[in-house]
Write a protein that binds this ligand. Structure first.
Ligand code: PLP
Length: 387
């Protein structure tokens, strides 16, 4: 059976006569007797104890994500960043080293480089332009490699399968799939050990929720669950319930985002204000994209032929497109990565990662594509001397 069909029909076990899954808003669960309570606590019997550990609404979402990501299991957390924190707490110890693809989402880099360094974990930023050289950075202490493909915002793609073959078995390869979602890319099939989705992006798709998920083998997800039980960055049942409905429409929404994004990318390439467009849908001859992706998603970045001030003015001149750092909403959203999502990188790092002053990132929504284009097309006329 197709994974989309399976995921759609994966609902909580106890539906009663309800068609839609009811929400399990409960902090704890009644045991039929004290013996059952003991067995659940010792792990002799499976079942709910307390919603910091498990909750049927969260579990429904986790099972849908596992199906979509072709994983044995999945686990949800209160945010995408909490997934990274959980992975670090679970799989790293003092003295270990993490390799991070340069240019990943700013908070991911801050978390590992600034926060986990306090606990004796070292990290190395890998040069994004030269993945061939990455394995030379591996030391005996390297335990984790983190990458986004395509990367946010510059849309660099990395060959997951090739990298997995080159690295020692004890190193976990973690791939952030937020931009394409499991609809257009299955990192586990290509060799990733764990796949992350920031669920407040395309999974929710309506800008309502902050959440994250990790999918992978039973063994790895079970280790994450043990950490989550103690640390407590649990996803709320309400947010999980909303996201589960989001998961049901993910495929059709991703296809619509992509249709509009492709239209805009092709228009922008030809536009005289645009220096360069970053969108995997227009890279027709890239072997990694052909092998690894079944679609291109709804996120486009582009450089404008102007300086930082002109770029900010351009953004401020937009009428329809909202200035917002989220991704994957129904309405189109624009941001200036250099001063927002990636502002914590040094100027030198930004330069090396291609996050230039004239780069903007556009999360393409469901408006009529011509309307989005007209908004972008009109903005430069407001800045006559700059563009
Ligand atoms: C690619 C990527 N990964 C992870 C995150 C972090 O997720 P969250 O905001 O849910 O903590 C983001 C947030 O923008 C992101 O863009």
């Amino acid at each position: 059976m197709d994974r989309i069909t399976k995921s759609l029909h994966k609902q909580i076990d106890d539906l009663g006569e309800s068609h839609a899954s009811p929400i399990w808003l409960t902090s704890a669960y009644n045991f039929k007797n004290a013996d059952t309570a003991e067995k659940r606590f010792t792990g002799e019997e499976n079942g709910n104890i307390y919603s910091r550990f498990t909750n049927p609404s969260v579990n429904e979402l986790e099972q849908k994500i596992a199906i979509l990501e072709n994983a044995e299991d999945a686990i949800c957390f209160a945010s995408g960043m909490a997934t990274y924190t959980a992975i670090a707490l679970t799989f790293l110890k003092q003295g270990d080293n993490v390799l991070i693809a340069g240019g990943v989402f700013g908070s991911t880099s801050v978390l590992i480089r600034k926060i986990f360094s306090k606990f004796g974990i070292t990290s190395t930023l890998l040069p994004p332009q030269n993945p061939e050289s990455w394995i030379t950075n591996i030391t005996q202490n390297t335990k984790l490699i983190i990458l986004e493909t395509p990367s946010n915002p510059i849309m660099r793609v990395y060959d997951i399968g090739k990298l997995k073959k080159q690295i020692p078995e004890n190193i976990l390869l973690v791939v952030d799939n937020t931009i394409l979602t499991p609809i257009f890319q299955s990192p586990l099939k290509h060799g990733a050990d764990l796949v992350i989705n920031s669920l407040g992006k395309y999974f929710d798709g309506q800008g309502r929720v902050v959440a994250g998920a990790v999918a992978g083998s039973n063994n790895l997800i079970n280790q994450l669950l043990q950490i989550q039980r103690s640390v407590g960055f649990t996803l709320s049942a309400f947010d999980a319930w909303l996201l589960s409905f989001g998961a049901d429409t993910l495929e059709i929404r991703m296809k619509s985002h992509q249709q509009n994004a492709m239209f805009l990318a092709e228009k922008l390439i030809q536009h005289n204000m645009v220096e360069k467009v970053f969108y995997t849908g227009i890279e027709k001859n890239n072997d990694i994209i052909i092998k690894q992706q079944s679609g291109f998603g709804g996120l486009i970045s582009f450089k404008i032929k102007t300086d930082k001030m002109g770029t900010i003015k351009f953004i401020n001149s937009l009428k329809l497109i909202k200035i917002c750092t989220n991704i994957g909403g129904t309405r189109s959203l624009i941001t200036h990565p250099g001063t927002t999502t990636h502002c914590k990188y040094t100027n030198q790092e930004k330069k090396a990662f291609g996050i230039d002053d004239n780069l903007v990132r556009l999360s393409v929504g469901f408006e009529n594509s011509q309307d989005i284009f007209e908004d972008l097309d009109f903005a430069p006329t407001q800045l006559s001397n700059k563009i």
